[in-house]
Design a protein around this ligand. Sequence first.
Ligand code: SF4
Ligand code: SF4
Length: 209
Amino acid sequence: MAKDELWHGIPRKDIPWFPTVDTDTCIGCSLCYTTCGRGVYEMQDNKAVPVNAMSCMVGCSTCGTVCPVQAIAFPDRDLIWKLEREHKIFKVVRQEAKEKMVKQDALKARATAEDAVAKLTTRVRFEIAGEFGEKRFLVQMEDAVKERPYDFVNLRLEVPTVQGMSQKTPSFMSFEVTSTEQEDIQNFLPDVLDLIRRNGFTLVSENKM
Ligand code: SF4
Ligand code: SF4
């Protein structure tokens, strides 16, 4: 928390809650420095120095708890309880809690929605091999998606040689099946497999993307 921020409606700068280190007792173990997530400490000459004391979270005393030689001290907790009473912070706290719940519910809802989308199969890449000399397969592909929310994209035909093609040497084709409405395409996949089978092609691979 920056110095000019509020702690439940009270300016942080008006709350004298921060650690002080007894440098004679400190053995420089760095535990407070590595424990504090607020960047309160720096290690200087093998001693912990609370250089950003007012970034300390009001009420936290974790570094003092973990210090192996009890070199860290805090004000008496009465200070905080007195502030809470005098500033009647609980009205503010209730409002903050309400806002936090709304935010958390929204985050949960978003995570659930993202999870559902991640579970959808919206694109599958196929690799097939066979003899693609005629246009029949392309026409059937076109028919398969006519007036349906699907499409074939990124079609690639690899023909080893033109002479090989005339001699009916197997070629290689890859394409992706997608939904034009970002919907699940699971129901369409059996049609694609049937199309491949009916044309006598070999399915080399089928991968969800
Ligand atoms: S945890 Fe205690 S002994 Fe270790 S560096 Fe911090 S103040 Fe010093
Ligand atoms: S009490 Fe907590 S926030 Fe404050 S300096 Fe220690 S670890 Fe950091």
